[in-house]
Design a protein around this ligand. Structure first.
Ligand SMILES: Cc1ncc(COP(=O)(O)O)c(C=O)c1O
Length: 414
């Protein structure tokens, strides 16, 4: 069968890729049983073609040249920004700030959002350390205080638990949309509604949910949301972005300053350019953001509801299969009602890296192992490390069967 492409003259129906068609677009996966989608999802051909076309046809800077090929590069970047804005439901493409990863996007906000001594920031113990460290440093500098909310037995951060921590001094709540350890989709819309009533800001880390879960930033009602390009968005390495309400972005002070983000007025005076450019000092990762725009288009055409449904069904099989093996413990909730496709587990008597290596050697099964940059989540689960298996739309039932088969053999030998 012809692999669907997203070329403009293709009718929409023919680009509704199914999972195996998407997989065949990612040649590097070959015969690997790839279950580490929460770390990286290699880009499909559609994304690689957009990157290659830029590099071949107009590998020039964004926003300076006026010659035709430079304008062509600028048009592709503007289109990527608009595609990404549409993908997350932003009202205005100016609300999309390109960054090199999620961590940088978090730092942009944490470094300058309004905070003074005695103010409070609420985090959760499910956060990746990239959504803890920038806040801790800012708290140290500003004299603000950080508090943590714990998830319930279902891995959910309950709005009531956040509410219990709110005070008159709470300025911001930063929460992960989907935990990189237990894969649970958090009720960020309910949390945002409640936090906004208390006049605090809501910051959502969508590093894992972007590309896995339908997202509409306006409907969620948060102030900032940060995304990773290389994970489930299937964009190029070194890409990410920050979405913020325009008025909130305008209140922040960019981390970097230089060409494009500011203009010299005379030898001692300068002024910032407008949002989003004032956050994007220097030359962009032009090829990367164009690839990310193409990835957003591809995901939109596949449909986030279909992706979520597929990933949830595979996760249910993974949980059922692994839970039936003697000596395997699934960490976190075993229900898959709120799952986005990421689970963590361990095999009694075997270290996480040891299990991951044995899976790789025994059948080219690729999983993640270790604390996943989430020491507080490990402490919450009562472990030091985990094996993590995560799926995406290109994953198949055969992948899950190979994982279960491999873990069964490892557990028997443990
Ligand atoms: C939930 C979460 N937040 C933040 C990050 C950091 O992302 P990046 O490597 O894009 O900076 C990760 C990376 O694994 C993550 O899973």
């Amino acid at each position: 069968m012809k692999t669907p492409s997203l070329d403009q003259d293709e009718p929409e129906e023919s680009v509704r890729m199914n999972p195996s068609q998407l997989r065949s677009e990612i040649s590097v996966l070959g015969d690997i049983v790839y279950l580490d989608a929460a770390s990286v999802c290699p880009s499909p051909q559609h994304v690689l073609r957009a990157v290659e076309a830029y590099n071949r046809d107009c590998p020039f800077n964004y926003g300076v040249g006026v010659f035709a090929k430079s304008m062509d590069a600028a048009r592709r970047v503007d289109e990527a920004r608009a595609s990404i804005a549409g993908f997350v439901g932003a009202g205005d493409a100016r609300e999309i700030v390109f960054t090199k990863n999620t961590t940088e996007a978090i730092n942009v906000v944490a470094a300058s959002v309004e905070l003074t001594a005695g103010d409070e920031i609420i985090l959760t113990s499910l956060e990746h350390q990239s959504n803890i460290l920038p806040w801790l440093r800012r708290a140290e500098k500003s004299g603000a205080r950080v508090q943590y909310v714990e998830p319930d037995a279902n891995g959910l951060i309950r709005p009531a638990a956040v509410e219990a921590c709110l005070s008159k001094r709470t300025r911001l709540v930063a929460i992960t949309h989907v935990s990189n350890v237990i894969g649970i989709i958090q009720p960020v819309t309910d949390i945002a509604q409640m936090v906004k009533r208390a006049s605090a800001k809501v910051f959502v880390d969508a590093a894992q949910s972007g590309g896995r879960v339908p997202i509409d930033v306006r409907a969620i009602g948060c102030d900032f949301m940060v995304f990773c390009g290389r994970k489930s968005l299937m964009g190029p390495q070194g890409t990410g972005f920050l979405w913020g309400r325009l008025e909130e972005l305008d209140r922040l002070c960019p981390l970097n300053i230089g060409s494009r983000s500011a203009d010299l007025i005379d030898s001692h005076q300068w002024k910032f350019t407008a949002t989003p450019h004032r956050f994007e000092a220097g030359v962009l990762n032009t090829a990367g953001v164009i690839g990310l725009g193409a990835a957003a288009e591809l995901l939109k055409r596949i449909g986030l509801d279909r992706i979520l449904q597929h990933n949830r069904a595979l996760t249910a099989r993974m949980v059922e299969g692994l839970a039936s093996i003697d000596g395997v413990t699934i960490h976190g909730p075993s229900g898959t009602e709120h799952q986005a496709g990421i689970i963590s587990w361990s095999v009694e008597g075997r270290g996480a890296h040891d299990v991951a290596r044995a899976l790789d050697q025994g059948g080219a099964v690729a999983v993640a192992s270790g604390p996943q940059g989430s020491a507080l989540a490990m402490r919450h689960l009562g472990v030091r490390e985990v094996v993590r298996s995560s799926v995406h739309y290109f994953s198949s039932e055969q992948d899950i069967a190979a994982l279960i088969d491999g873990v069964e053999r490892i557990a028997r030998r443990a």
